[in-house]
Design a protein around this ligand. Structure first.
Ligand code: HAX
Length: 425
């Protein structure tokens, strides 16, 4: 048993017990209400999911297990992973043990690459990536043990087993997609002794003379891990896992949601938008030119990608973390400078549009400008990188839900006639 499995075996019973007792004591208490506006408005603000891995207060942004994300900037993704799963930072021995366990599990079976190579090269990288995650499902311990009659109390352990294997293999899958999709040469094998994010950078094969890309990848993987449970990807994953679909099914489903342009695909859309600006003005524009360009986007009925958020009402701290990184590591990179300039110009425009609740940048408005600087110049790949990291958060949420025994999700839908009747009553 790994130290993480051992740690959770000690922590889970108390967690299970506290939720069970709580449900008995407070099961009938009212904690909110549902307005017609919320029902028709994407369920905004309805409190209907339990998530202990992270929270996103509108006025502060991501907090992972009580720690603001800005305080985790210099950590490794594996440390944040341990934190997400257990609520504590790992000791040096625990971190080492987790890294060793991931290394042991990371061999991607060959049939996965066969599935990839059977696809047309112009498939979207997210479609290929998600399909390969589904292909990994063949090895699901959860499904096998369920079929063998696993006791309910063991569900979380089997979900953890699958989660660890999935997280171990996901960087190689993603790097394999990158190299195949963009004809960059044969796949690069993982290197013993490298941490999880550094290995991903290594397997992508991006030239990294001063280690800047590896540092970016560590930060990138930390910042994108989790964002509570109501966003489309986490929520979808959560819902699918509640049917006892195993973590491969659930994570792949969540990542299909991440592939939407209003969610994780916004990072792709942002880079395309920034490159359009650079092309139009043959370089970095003046603030006035950028203002006109952004207004043209809005007037043509499109969104300015990377700006606004369903929950946040302040600058996304993950944006700030990337901004600080760029200022330190590549202050003069043209695309990064443009992303900074957009931050100066666009919020002032969006503040003038009454219906927009959040005029501030989210994480997707800047991440691609840094990737582009280091040579990852294929925006259609960016959401895959987001997905590599987000799989950690989704898996931690699955394990927690299986630990407390969350039942299958089944909210109630009503038809318009019934809604009208209720509203008029
Ligand atoms: N540009 C133009 N219009 C915008 C906008 C933007 N950046 N942000 C919001 N709006 C519009 C909405 O489209 C909506 O218009 P309609 O009423 O005509 O439909 C109106 O303002 C009200 O929206 P809101 O209440 O402020 O925001 P929502 O909660 O409905 O939507 C979104 C949140 C993130 C989807 C939205 O801000 C948006 O589309 N932003 C651009 C895309 C983007 O960056 N997405 C990534 C978000 C972060 C994330 O999930 N990352 O993975």
């Amino acid at each position: 048993m790994s130290m993480l499995q051992d740690k959770l075996t000690k922590l889970v019973p108390a967690y299970q017990e506290s939720i069970k007792t709580f449900a008995k004591t407070h099961g009938e208490k009212v904690i909110g209400s549902v307005t017609v506006g919320a029902l028709l408005g994407g369920q905004r603000g309805i409190k209907s999911l339990l998530c202990d891995t992270s929270e996103v207060p509108a006025d502060a942004g991501l907090i992972v297990r009580g720690i603001p994300i800005m305080d985790l900037m210099d950590k490794l993704p594996e440390e944040v992973m341990w934190l997400l799963f257990t609520g504590e930072m790992p000791t040096a021995a625990e971190l080492k043990d987790l890294q060793t366990d991931l290394e042991k599990r990371r061999q991607v079976p060959d049939f996965v690459w066969g599935a990839m190579e059977a696809l047309p090269k112009d498939s979207h990288p997210m479609a290929v990536f998600n399909l390969l995650i589904l292909a990994l499902e063949r090895d699901s311990v959860f499904r096998r043990r369920y079929n063998e009659g696993m006791n309910k109390d063991e569900y979380w352990k089997a979900a953890l087993d699958d989660s660890l294997t999935l997280i171990a293999r996901i960087p190689e899958i993603a790097a394999g997609v990158y190299r195949w999709r963009y004809d960059l040469g044969p796949r690069i094998a993982p290197k013993a002794g490298l941490d999880w994010a550094a290995n991903y950078a290594h397997m992508m094969g991006v030239e990294d003379k001063d280690g800047g890309f590896t540092r970016l990848m560590r930060l990138y993987m930390v910042l994108h891990t989790d964002h509570e449970s109501g966003n489309v990807s986490a929520h979808t994953c959560h819902c699918v896992a509640s049917a006892l679909s195993d973590p491969y099914y659930a994570v792949s489903a969540g990542l299909n949601g991440l592939a939407g342009p209003l969610h994780g695909l916004a990072n792709q859309e942002v880079l395309k938008w920034l490159l359009d600006v650079l092309e139009k003005f043959q370089g970095n524009p003046t603030d006035e030119q950028l203002d006109v360009f952004a207004r043209e986007t809005l007037n043509s009925g499109r969104v300015v990608p990377g700006y606004g958020h369903a929950v946040l009402r302040v600058v996304d701290p993950r944006f700030t973390a990337f901004l600080e990184f760029g200022k330190k590591e590549c202050p003069n990179a043209p695309v990064f400078k443009l992303a900074e300039q957009v931050f100066r110009v666009v919020p002032e425009i969006l503040k003038g549009i009454q219906k927009i609740k959040d005029p501030w940048p989210n994480v997707d408005s800047i991440s691609g400008s840094l990737l582009h600087h280091y040579g990852v110049t294929q925006p259609r790949y960016y959401t895959v990188m987001f997905g590599v990291s987000r799989a950690i958060g989704m898996c931690s949420q699955i394990v927690m839900s299986r630990a407390w025994g969350e039942p299958i999700q089944r909210p109630k839908s009503i038809n318009f006639a019934a809604l009208s009747k209720l509203a008029e009553a």
